[in-house]
Ligand binder design. Structure first.
Ligand code: BGC
Length: 749
């Protein structure tokens, strides 16, 4: 609990970093000490020089203007013992709050222009007395050894900067926004040793850590006093040399001025998305001195798939790693360039996979709290990214990137408001959570509804700028980003889908009137949709793309009798494209599912296994260690595409992994039912075997199959408290109780 009389300490000058120190004098032996603390932009705590807690980059990134999520730490052990005098030190840095942030050069001081801190420590003594220490004017403030620092550019660590007294004000800033944090911990989850040292043709010294990592590198410095050591971070090597063009304006450098002592150093208020690190200023690089630290939000492992196909296994790992790299307090689009924003569309698309891979309940619920808070201020509109940084525009709107000035929500991106809650419910079955999130779902649906009421064709969403099938390959111009599928068609279909999810949620929550309201909406939207987008023969009137057909099939948005037509059209379109996809963010997320659910599972498998461009294994063949933003992020010769927007660590296309859980392992959660799932594995050639695990709140299911000549041997394991409805080809559906089951069935290819 933050004590009532704790006051904000507010640095007088706009500084990059500061140290605040409080001398503590205990009156006796303590029983318990608890520290409640919140610092902006970012803070680290030390007691008697020792790091407090196991989290980094605190308080993380949330909508600082709407909520201030403080942390409560038990510090008893650090203060116990015979010593009564201690020192509490808090280091402050810029972070998302006031460091350079957002794309295209970015902005500074987005949420505020002064570092600030509020803290209170409540102490229970063994003799039953009680003491409280709070932030007030008895603290002392100094410059720290940290110079320039921000999320994109990195950090300068220079001992010569430290120790100058600076002034602060004990401010009367309000404390209404303070509330105990609900986000999962932001932890150093893994330490990764260097794989090799590369001396490039340009003579650069580059350490390869072998995997995609978000976090930083820690190293032991042996250099002479005042030597400047620099670590620069990148994702890819081009022509054997270090490459960082795709980071755009993000400098991504950690620089350190040697103190002349052999100490381990690390950054504090920045992080990097990388595999390669270029080292400058180290006279003799010893790999043993370097270690990469993966930092991410605490999301326990959840599911697992292993197959007999090494390339597919690598793809599975790439999707998991991209999730790990982008689950950084908020779900980011990418961890490396001058962006790293909580793009709503990316997580709408990836949420299902995310929940299969890792226990994402706490992480995504926390994100939804931000979506909720922000959408209350925008009449239900959900922005492109959340948190939405508060920009103080100084020029006319036209002079800014439209993403910054556009205030309206867009389809699929804004649909995060309905898709995430429903996905969480499907995986975690927490009715209380759904109840909490239902208002934001509804607010979004009503927002879109109001937009459609202003449209000429009511019930259809055709009157706003949309992102379409973002990055689809069928765009008319080769560097077009919106794809060929009619964006208003996508938007209208997703309005239907959003109402559908609201209707399902209302049913679960037993809100009869709401069920009726959304059921009516669905009827009306569908009627208008069919009238507008289908001709009398039941064919689509818009350009028929893979995505357009997949959307109609996925949401059941076609006139009676058109299903066969849409299936054959989709087959034809794929066939004409060499059975390769041409879809972007939207289409890719649903195409494999639509194929598997409409008798074209084999084609879905072909998409998965295709090793040529464009496809998932094309990226694996080129040495991908994460999921790329674009199908053609890297050219066949290993050079990077020169697009300004080209990250190698964007999880959206990793949604194929959700399809693998659902259609290869066959784990189909049933939202409305606890303790039961459907298991319906489907064969996929060239995998040889599949071992799948899926953890539900009531236990772990396993679904395994292995090819054995003309037969497939299946093993299904149902956890003690669970049941499974098993669907296997050629046998009748059965409900299995807890236990292990084996089947040997002739393969119907
Ligand atoms: C981001 C995305 C995002 C997209 C939408 C990009 O700059 O990296 O992944 O969804 O913009 O326009």
């Amino acid at each position: 609990m933050m004590e009532n009389h704790a006051k904000w300490i507010h640095m007088d000058k706009n500084m990059d970093s500061a140290v605040l120190i409080k001398k503590i004098e205990l009156s006796g032996k303590i029983k318990k000490a608890e520290l409640s603390i919140y610092g902006l932009g970012l803070y680290e705590i030390y007691i008697d020089g020792e790091y407090v807690g196991d989290e980094y980059l605190q308080p993380g990134y949330h909508s600082y203007d709407l909520v201030n999520e403080y942390r409560v730490l038990n510090v008893t052990e650090m203060l116990r013992g015979n010593v009564l005098n201690h020192e509490l030190k808090v280091l402050l840095g810029n972070g998302w709050y006031k460091g350079r942030f957002i794309f295209e050069g970015g902005f500074e001081n987005l949420y505020g222009d002064h570092l600030k801190l509020i803290a209170s420590m409540s102490i229970e003594y063994e003799d039953g007395t009680h003491g409280v220490i709070t932030t007030d004017d008895s603290w002392k403030a100094f410059t720290s050894e940290i110079g320039k620092n921000n999320i994109y550019d990195g950090e300068e660590l220079d001992y010569r900067l430290a120790g100058k007294a600076v002034t602060f004000t004990v401010s009367k800033d309000g404390k209404d926004l303070l509330s105990e944090r609900t986000s999962p911990r932001l932890l150093k989850v893994e330490k990764i040793r260097p794989k090799q040292l590369i001396i490039t043709p340009k003579g650069e010294q580059v350490i390869d850590f072998g995997e995609a990592i978000s976090g930083w590198v820690e190293f032991v410095c042996h250099e002479e006093k005042d030597t400047v050591v620099k670590l620069q971070f990148g994702e890819w090597m081009v022509d054997g040399c270090f490459y960082r063009e795709n980071l755009r304006t993000a400098e991504a450098v950690f620089s350190y001025v040697s103190e002349g002592k052999e100490i381990k150093v690390r950054p504090h208020f920045t992080y990097f998305g990388f595999r390669y690190v270029k080292i400058i200023g180290v006279s003799k690089i010893e790999l043993k001195d370097f270690e990469a630290c993966r930092i991410m939000s605490e999301c326990p492992e959840n599911g697992k798939i292993v197959t007999g196909n090494e390339k597919v296994n690598r793809l599975l790992l790439n999707a998991l790693n991209s999730q790990k790299c982008n689950f950084f307090d908020i779900p980011t689009d990418c961890p490396q360039r001058d962006e790293r924003l909580g793009w709503t569309g990316d997580i709408s698309i990836f949420a299902d996979t995310a929940c299969f891979n890792l226990d994402s309940k706490k992480f995504l619920s926390h994100y939804m709290e931000m979506v909720d808070l922000e959408s209350q201020l925008t009449d239900g509109a959900v922005g492109f990214f959340v948190p939405t940084p508060k920009i103080h525009f100084t020029k006319s709107d036209k002079e800014y990137n439209p993403f910054l000035t556009m205030k309206r929500g867009t389809a699929v991106w804004g649909d995060a408001a309905t898709i995430i809650p429903w996905t969480l419910y499907e995986h975690y079955h927490d009715l209380k959570l759904l109840e909490k999130q239902y208002p934001v779902m509804k607010r979004w649906a009503y927002y879109v509804k109001r937009r459609t009421e202003e449209n000429k064709n009511t019930y259809l969403w055709q009157n706003d700028v949309q992102l379409g099938d973002w990055l689809a390959l069928d765009a008319k111009d080769s560097d077009g980003v919106f794809g060929l599928t009619d964006p208003d068609y996508i938007a209208s279909a997703y309005f239907y889908y959003t109402c559908c999810l609201c209707c399902l949620a209302a049913k679960e929550l037993k809100l009869e009137n709401e069920v009726k309201y959304f059921a009516d909406q669905l009827k009306n939207i569908k009627q208008k949709f069919l009238e507008f987008y289908f001709d009398e023969e039941g064919k689509l009137k818009i350009i028929e793309t893979q995505t357009a057909c997949a959307i109609a099939l996925k949401f059941n948005l076609y006139p009676k009798g058109s299903r066969e037509y849409l299936i054959s059209k989709l087959k034809l379109l794929l066939n004409e494209n060499d059975n390769k996809l041409s879809t972007g963010f939207v289409g890719t997320a649903i195409l494999p599912t639509v194929l598997s659910e409409n008798g074209m599972h084999e084609i879905a498998c072909e998409l998965l296994l295709n090793e040529e461009y464009p496809g998932w294994l094309y990226t694996v063949n080129l040495g991908a260690v994460s999921i790329w933003e674009r199908w053609n992020s890297v050219n066949p010769d290993g050079t990077m595409n020169s697009y300004g927007m080209n990250s190698l660590n964007h999880y959206a296309y990793g949604s194929i992994v959700g399809w693998m859980y659902r259609y290869i392992c066959g784990f189909i959660p049933i939202a409305s039912q606890m303790q039961k799932i459907i298991i319906s594995p489907q064969y996929c050639k060239n995998l040889e075997f599949v071992n799948g695990e899926y953890n539900t709140p009531w236990g772990c299911y396993e679904s395994k199959w292995r090819e054995d000549g003309e037969y497939i041997n299946y093993t299904i394991i149902v956890p003690e408290k669970g049941e499974a409805v098993l669907r296997l080809p050629g046998i009748e559906e059965v409900t299995l109780k807890a236990g292990r089951y084996e089947y040997r069935i002739k393969n119907i290819k």
